[in-house]
Structures are given as structure tokens and as C-alpha cells.
Design a protein around this ligand. Structure first.
Ligand code: SAM
Length: 204
């Protein structure tokens, strides 16, 4: 069993990368993200932004729930090429998902923004800029590997770190960093998510 099967039991879906290789994406489904949002705001989000939307699975889920959904990804996945992913092509054609880095995106406008792994693609100098893009959302939910995950996975023989450099820091470092950059933050131990709220946003 892989570490992610334990950490993210709620959503895994297959996708193909640019070279045609098949992989499994682990994430949290939008209904669960909306449930977390609901626990703070007493209502579902009306709009959702997926930062690092990949093929668009979460955009599709949000739309199916009647939530306005937009997203970006720095990389274009070959959704037109493989029948299993053609359902997602419309999100790229319509511009709902833009191929763009969060660092080049105007401040995000959405009730709920989501970063699955995306913040670990930053480094310590670009992370503040990335976080500043979420100052107008009501809530940012982030999930990603921390130092604790790397150690726990290694204990079960699963190596989470591969070729690309990633920003891997202890859980507490992330909490301190969200706070330092203007967010109130909770760590949700049920879903293993950082729940960050821009401090200036008084609607909570
Ligand atoms: C783990 S996937 C998340 C997929 C999807 N959001 C989900 O939860 O199922 C993370 C994505 O972040 C994207 N990414 C990395 N750096 C980024 C950046 N600077 N701006 C936008 N997206 C980025 C990667 O290309 C990758 O597709």
C-alpha cells in the first residue's frame, strides 16, 4: 500500500501525462472541500478556484455541484489526445482553466481556493508572492507533503520525493508561514488540510 492511499483515501483518479504515461492523482473531492468550507461559513462556496487544476477533474466536480469553477495550471496535460480525458477538454477550450503560473495570475477571486501540492513547487523566495494571490479569497485549502509525511512514508517503504525539487518543510513551518503572510490558519486533522483565511477578510 502507498502512503497516499492512507493520507488521501477519498479521491484518486487516473490521468495521462504528456509522454502518455499513466498515473494516479490523489486529492480531496470538492464535496469534502465544500464540507470543510461549510464548517466555517455555514454555507457552501459559490465559487471555487483550483490552483494547479491539472486535467480539470475538480473543476468538473465543482460544476456538477453548481459551484462556479475556474483554475490554472502551469502545465498542459494531453486531455484532447486520450479518450479517457476528453471529457475535460472543454474546460481548456472555454478558458475556465488557463495555462498559467499562479505567480503570473491576478489576485484570485473565489470563495474557496484549493492548492493540491502546488505550494511545494514554490521556493522560499516565490512562496510569499504565491500566497499573496489568495488575499481576496474567503478560504484557501492546501494539501501537500510535509517533512512529517516524507518520514512516515519512508517508514513504510514509500519514497515520496522524486526528481523535481520541492519545498518540503515541517507542518509547523507551514502554519507559521501562512500566519507570517497574513492568514489565520487551522490544520484539519480529518482531511490533513491547511485551512487558511486571509486576516483582512472580515466575512468569516
Ligand atoms: C497534484 S496536482 C493537483 C491536481 C488537482 N488540483 C487535484 O487536486 O486533483 C498539482 C498541479 O500543480 C501544478 N503547478 C505546479 N506549479 C504551478 C504553478 N506555479 N502555477 C500553477 N500550477 C502549478 C502542477 O503542474 C500540477 O498539475
Amino acid at each position: 500500500m502507498l502512503y497516499y492511499d492512507i493520507k488521501y483515501p477519498y479521491l484518486r483518479y487516473p490521468f495521462r501525462d504528456s509522454d502518455g504515461s499513466g498515473w494516479i492523482m490523489y486529492s480531496i473531492p470538492v464535496d469534502k472541500l465544500a464540507r470543510i468550507y461549510h464548517s466555517y461559513f455555514g454555507k457552501n462556496p459559490l465559487s471555487f478556484f483550483d490552483c494547479g487544476a491539472a486535467v480539470g477533474e475538480l473543476i468538473q466536480q465543482a460544476e456538477n455541484m453548481g459551484i462556479k469553477a475556474t483554475g490554472i495550471d502551469i502545465k498542459k496535460y494531453p486531455v484532447e489526445k486520450f479518450p479517457s480525458m476528453q471529457q475535460y477538454a472543454k474546460y481548456f477550450q472555454s478558458g475556465q482553466i488557463k495555462i498559467q503560473s499562479i505567480l503570473e495570475t491576478p489576485p484570485v477571486k473565489a470563495d474557496l481556493a484549493y492548492c493540491n501540492g502546488t505550494l511545494t513547487y514554490m521556493n522560499e523566495s516565490t512562496l510569499p508572492m504565491a500566497l499573496s494571490k489568495f488575499k481576496n479569497v474567503k478560504m484557501l485549502i492546501a494539501i501537500h507533503n510535509t517533512t512529517e509525511d516524507i518520514i512516515a512514508a519512508r517508514k513504510m517503504g514509500d519514497e515520496l520525493l522524486h526528481a523535481e525539487p520541492r519545498l518540503i518543510k515541517p507542518n509547523q513551518w507551514w502554519i507559521d508561514t501562512f500566519q507570517k503572510h497574513g492568514f489565520k490558519v487551522d490544520f484539519n486533522t480529518t482531511y490533513n488540510t491547511f485551512c487558511a483565511f486571509p486576516r483582512h477578510n472580515r466575512t468569516r
